[in-house]
Every structure is written in C-alpha cells, then in structure tokens.
Design a protein around this ligand. Structure first.
Ligand code: FMN
Length: 178
C-alpha cells in the first residue's frame, strides 16, 4: 500500500515550490493529500495540486464532501505530516495549540512524524516569538528543515528562504522510514 502523506501548505510566497514537492512525492508513489490554508489559496490553486497528486485538495473543515468530522478526518492512516512552506503564523498556531483551521486541527490530531519547513523574511525568522515557537516544536518531536540563508523574495538578505525542495524531500522520506 502507498504511504499516505499530508502536505500542508501555508501562505508564504514560496508556496509555488510546494507544487514541485507534491509532484516529486506523487511520482515516487506516495499518496499525497494537500491541505492549504485559506490564505495559501491566493498563491497556489487547489486545482494545480489536485492535478499533480491525483487526490482531492482540502482547504476547509466545513465542506459537504467530508463523511464525518472534517477537521480531523485526514489523520487516519497518515504516515507523515509535511508542512512546506510553513509561515510564521502557522508555526505560531502549532506551537500554541491553536486549532482554528484545517491545517492546525490536522497538526493536533495526527500521531505520525511531523516535518516543518519554514519560509519567511529573515527578521521574522530571527524574531524571538518565532524562535521560541520553533524550539517548542522541536522539543515536541517535530523535525524542522531549517530555512536557507540568502536573498529572499522581498529583496532582504539573511536566513529565511525555504530549504531546497530536494532536501525537504529527503528529510521527509527519511522521517517516514524511521
Ligand atoms: C505575497 C505575500 C507573501 C508572503 N510570504 C510570507 C512568507 O514567506 N512567510 C510568512 O511567514 N508569511 C508570509 N506572508 C504573510 C502571511 O501570508 C500571513 O501571515 C498570513 O496571515 C498567514 O496565513 P496562513 O499561515 O494561514 O497561511 C506573505 C504574505 C503575502 C501577501
């Protein structure tokens, strides 16, 4: 049976790179189910991800297509929750138990490994609020794929750029195999 991966996508400008990630995972026979935050739908379309994965794409808990309880249904048989890119906002929600959308309720409900690949402006990444949230998530067992240092989309330089898709892919696959 194919391994089920939940790919969470939040609204970083790097969200377009998640399309390549979804394609790579699907091509390698992983069963990929994308969960987009509402804001991420402004940056990448559910149709693109549905076409690349061959699976429905989820953006809300409150939809008629759910059979039972939409906010926690995705957790069943999941072998990995991979969140790429992860915004400062979704990291803050995860680290503080906030459960106000499908991605944050999914985070709280899974019992599989969790891999998080943050992407944001370097000042945001270096802010104590974000760093303390990251420390908390690591302590709870989440695997953080550190963002790269360089030029970010807004023109600033520093650490915050989404790690390469290849390294996120490798770390994610290793997390499943463990
Ligand atoms: C064009 C654009 C790009 C953005 N890129 C980032 C980003 O790379 N990282 C980040 O943390 N926030 C970024 N933001 C801000 C988030 O979209 C914002 O905090 C949003 O509320 C996060 O919602 P979500 O976590 O539910 O997706 C960006 C906003 C815009 C308009």
């Amino acid at each position: 049976m194919k391994s089920k991966i939940i790919l969470g996508i939040s609204s970083s400008i790097a969200a377009y790179k998640a399309c390549d990630l979804a394609r790579m995972l699907s091509k390698d026979a992983y069963d990929v189910f994308c969960v987009l935050t509402h804001n991420a739908t402004h940056l990448v379309t559910p149709l693109t991800l549905q076409t690349l994965t061959g699976n429905p794409v989820y953006t809300t808990s409150f939809a008629l297509e759910w059979r039972e309880m939409g906010h926690i249904e995705l957790k069943d048989n999941a072998q990995l929750l991979l969140v790429a890119p992860a915004t400062a906002n979704i990291i803050g929600k995860f680290a503080n138990g906030i459960a106000d959308d499908l991605l944050s309720t999914t985070f709280l409900s899974v019992n599989c490994p969790v891999v998080i690949a943050p992407a944001m402006n370097p000042n945001m990444w270096n802010h104590k609020a974000v760093q303390e949230n990251i420390t908390k998530l690591k302590k709870w067992g989440a695997i953080i794929v550190e963002p790269e240092t360089g030029l970010v989309a807004c023109g600033d330089e520093g650490q915050g750029r989404l790690a390469s898709i290849e390294s996120i892919y490798n770390i994610a696959i290793n997390a499943i195999r463990k």
